[in-house]
Design a protein around this ligand. Structure first.
Ligand code: B4P
Length: 190
């Protein structure tokens, strides 16, 4: 199985590159952001709670997202592997993911971290906010809050995978196709 963590700050290109990677490697795409937005669209109790936090640029509690990922893993037993997009976003989520995969006799193959400077992130997210309808993409202060959450809570997740020799950085500015080729060059060495 090929199990990838696609990592990086908000707007780094995780969702964009995931779409291309699932096609090439026939993987199941698990995006906690997409799953949460699905809960919001469905008007579920979980979605209502998540929306309050997401609209402020804050992370949703660990137990909520870990539970969602656990359900999705159970629902997709026999596949080539998974792309985890936007998960894990805290060290507690990373530890939970290791345990969930171990219970299924598998593990993370590698983490690919997209490296993009703050100014570019803000530019991309505000541009997407013009037509995405995502409330968290429309306000520069909320975008800054998401970057702060990333720096405080998510960036340390990289060390978790560095400690397992599973971390690889890829520069995330440039043509989408060029970045994709650099990512696949890493994956093809696994
Ligand atoms: P996500 O949905 O994961 O949002 P994101 O990080 O902003 O998206 P992504 O990084 O995938 O965007 P992409 O680069 O593809 O999370 C949203 C919120 O959900 C979080 O703030 C949090 O509240 C909550 N949440 C989600 N997961 C959670 C978890 N595990 N724990 C707790 N809370 C959680 O796209 C950005 C833009 O850049 C696009 O418009 C794209 O077209 C553009 N772009 C991409 N590549 C480009 C390139 N090379 N050049 C130019 N533009 C590019």
């Amino acid at each position: 199985m090929l199990n990838l963590v696609l990592f990086g700050p908000p707007g780094a290109g995780k969702g964009t590159q995931s779409q291309k990677l699932i096609e090439k490697y026939q993987l199941v795409h698990l995006s906690t952001g997409d799953i949460l937005r699905g809960e919001i669209a469905g008007g579920t109790a979980l979605g209502l709670e998540a929306k309050k936090l997401m609209d402020q640029g804050l992370l949703v509690p660990d137990e909520v997202v870990i539970g969602m990922i656990s359900n999705k893993l159970d629902a997709n037993p026999a596949v080539n592997g998974f792309i985890f997009d936007g998960f894990p976003r805290t060290v507690a989520q990373a530890e939970a993911l290791d345990n969930l995969l171990q219970s299924k006799n598998t593990a993370i193959s590698g983490m690919i971290a997209l490296e993009v400077e703050n100014d570019e992130l803000k530019k991309r997210l505000l541009l997407r906010g013009k037509d995405s309808g995502r409330p968290d993409d429309q306000n520069p202060e909320i975008i800054q809050k998401r970057i702060d959450e990333y720096n405080n809570k998510t960036a340390p997740v990289a060390n978790h995978y560095k400690g397992q020799q599973k971390y690889q950085g890829v520069y995330g500015i440039g043509a989408i196709e060029d970045i994709f080729n650099n990512i696949t060059a890493v994956i093809d060495q696994y």
